[in-house]
Design a protein around this ligand. Structure first.
Ligand SMILES: [Zn+2]
Length: 245
């Protein structure tokens, strides 16, 4: 009953993790995998294996480590899991079904985009937490068992004698009120950023309705109705901004 008052007294409390999409996609994936209705392609299994490697990485053992060092190690492990999920989502080698799982995983772990260390350049992508807000480390670590089980199943070899079988991914339509930024990294530690314009009216600010079948992402401008497909955005540059639905 008093939780509202307690929350008001904790200005740096981290927001809850965005796990709606992860619960939906993870539950669906594990059901399909268990029923033999999803036998992952080699590219999906390789990507899942790489994420699994990060998920199961032990924390470093450091003699006499300070509490601050241990906290950094815990956040860095979550940071690396997110980076691996984003890398394989954006690389474009996986099937739409696996892309949906990777995007949902990245969405849930987005607070660690800039924790423990944000990208240094001013133009670098800024996803996740506002500066100075603590990451919900314990909540992130609480996801590790379910994520490990999911990616273990995805990375497992398909039974002998049966070829890959990939279920269709559902098309998502999600609103976005603000801008989309396309990032480039022309050199080490150097970032560029460009704001996407509507192909119809040239507007940058939206609001947009994003539709995605995990092969193509289309930005529908709510102001003029035009659809923009040649935006050049990586999947993560869209999905890490969107509401978790
Ligand atoms: Zn427009």
């Amino acid at each position: 009953m008093d939780n509202g008052c307690e929350d008001q007294g904790a200005p740096f409390r981290a927001p809850p993790l965005a796990t709606v999409a992860l619960e939906r996609e993870g539950t669906r994936a594990r059901r399909l995998l268990a029923a033999g209705e999803w036998r992952p392609e080699p590219a999906d299994a390789r990507a899942a294996g790489a994420v699994l490697h990060r998920l199961t990485a032990p924390l470093p053992t450091r003699r006499g480590a300070s509490a601050r060092t241990v906290a950094t190690d815990r956040d860095r492990r979550l940071h690396r899991i997110l980076r691996s999920a984003v890398h394989h989502l954006d690389a474009g080698a996986v099937t739409p079904a696996a892309a949906a799982v990777l995007a949902a995983t990245a969405r849930a772990l987005v607070p660690w985009h800039s924790v423990p260390n944000p990208p240094p350049a001013a133009a670098a992508p800024r996803f996740g937490l506002a500066p100075g807000v603590a990451a919900p480390t314990a909540a992130g670590e609480a996801l590790l068992p379910v994520l490990t089980a999911l990616f273990t199943d995805l990375a497992a070899p398909v039974p002998a004698g049966s070829g890959p079988l990939t279920p269709p991914a559902a098309t998502r339509e999600v609103p976005h009120a603000g801008r989309f930024r396309r990032y480039g990294k022309p050199g080490y530690g150097v970032w560029t950023a460009e704001t996407v314009r509507c192909a119809g009216c040239g507007g940058k600010d939206g609001p947009w309705t994003v539709s995605c079948d995990w092969r193509r992402t289309t930005l529908h401008c709510d102001a003029c109705g035009a659809a923009t497909t040649d935006h050049g955005l990586a999947p993560s540059e869209v999905w890490l901004l969107l509401p978790d639905v």
